[in-house]
Design a protein around this ligand. Sequence first.
Ligand code: GDP
Length: 601
Amino acid sequence: MALRRAAPVVREPVTLPSVMSVAELAESLQTTGIEVIKELMKLGIMANLNQQVDYDTAARVATALGWETNEQPNDVARQAAADFESRRSEAETDPNAQARPPVVTIMGHVDHGKTKLLDAIRSANVAEVEAGGITQHIGAYQVETQGRKITFLDTPGHEAFTAMRARGAQATDVAVLVVAADDGVMPTTREAVAHIKSANVPMVVAVNKIDLASANPDRVKQQLSEIEVVPEEWGGDVPFVEVSARDKLGLDDLEEVILLVADVHELKANPHKPANGVVIEAKVDRTRGPVATVLVQSGTLNLRDVVVAGSTWGRIKAMFDDRGRRVRRAEPSFPVEILGLLEVPQAGDTFQVFEDEKIARQLVEERQAHRRAEALVGDRPVKLTDLYNQVQEGTTAELRVILKADVQGSLGAIQNALLRLNEDTDQGVRLSIQFAGTGAVTESDVSLASATRSIIIGFNVRPDVAAKRAADAAGVDIRFYNIIYNLIDEVKAAMTGLLAPVFQDVTDGYAEVRNTFRLPSGDVVAGLYVLDGKITRNSKARVLRSGTVVHEGGIRSLKRFKDDVREVAAGYECGLGLDGFNDLQVSDQIEFYHREEVARS
Ligand code: GDP
């Protein structure tokens, strides 16, 4: 009887979705969850069966297990992205496109009058408004001048602008650069110019504080010309307007110039379709739940529309304008506060309306899974002191915070004080509160912190045991305070790059050299006796000879008999080789230590 040989396995490539659980991956690869988890561990990823992995990670596991892979086209997400792009480019060719108000962002150096100017423009236009029109700060407002509208984003400074660009959103049509006439061009002025230019946004310069005797508008023009912001009157292409936010001078001129610039750029959008746009700001309101201010960029947003914003969605329950009035619809360039989202989106997230709630939900699930997978794969946890490095490097950072406090009263006060730091510090670090609640820090806070790369701040609360364990395992930074001032002060220090991490050496153990050997390679190893504590493979060694340090460095080898070992305890002998040091001598004492970041008191 002929022997039957197993046919060589010719496997079809396996098609994997953009995100899947470990269990699903195992099933696709016709293997066990344990095998997949083992492969993930080789990639440095600790996962359980229910955790999500992204396609790239899954593909590496698959390859290791002998599979070729294809990525499953992600239809919904792709469709949504394509929709968004086409809605945008349509504006130019769309026969239904109509002129829309320009959206203006005010930028400039701290104290040059951005806030005052925004307030002045607003109050000048809202003065004779009907009773009940109380101004609300929702992150943007609209004014009417010469029968036309202008929308101002009222988070001054370029952090918001940059954050939006980082997410691929562009809300601003015209940037107003405020320069104080007495102070001239300052570092943040230059930064703002760089941001505006790189975003290709038309610029108007408002030379402010011309009421002051020390005002010198010509010097401002001169200084700006030097960085290629040349006034029209000097042959350049940037309109300059002299204003006084304090005395409300030149505001009409500024508005007129903004409208002229807008006309040149023929800003248009089609209001006759489902809306899309961008989230200007968002927060959790204690009584109303997630609240977001959105700017409609095209289409019309209606009450009861199903909206996807970033990785959350909801049906609009209520909309308010910048005077707190209920509105039923919002047309292009109109900023509105919306209620009804299930979670808080992030500033700069784009939003879009879907006719089908199922598609909205599916899209959000995919985006959330993606976010979880991204959080799982690779990234190390965030520490408050990490901001120190980011600020030193000048990279824009976001500090995400999960806040837990003992009572509602202190929670609200701390929340407000923390958010105010965004205005008080001008360092490119933005603080955002991912979640705020009362009660002990729990395991679920820790997992949220880990997934969103946040730190946890506890006020007058402590973690429960499970949370403490989870935080230690995930390396989540939890800081506890019982004085609000200390809390705010430390976060502020971190945001301004002043909170450098503090390290200290922690001694692991002491040992003494009993004898030495030279290996054939020339390296010297010493026979040690551990006097106290222990030596671990990762310890650093400090060699002391007659009381002076003759060498400091890492361990090359640590052996007991012939075997490499991870640690050796007091009372045992071992063999030790040091990195880059071959001069160990009998009766040298060696201190073993590691460096640890210490919490501040
Ligand atoms: P921001 O940091 O750029 O938002 O600046 P603020 O709007 O907070 O203004 C900084 C300081 O300059 C405040 O004390 C304002 O009262 C003052 N200020 C703003 N605009 C004017 C102005 O047109 N004239 C004068 N004299 N002072 C102004």
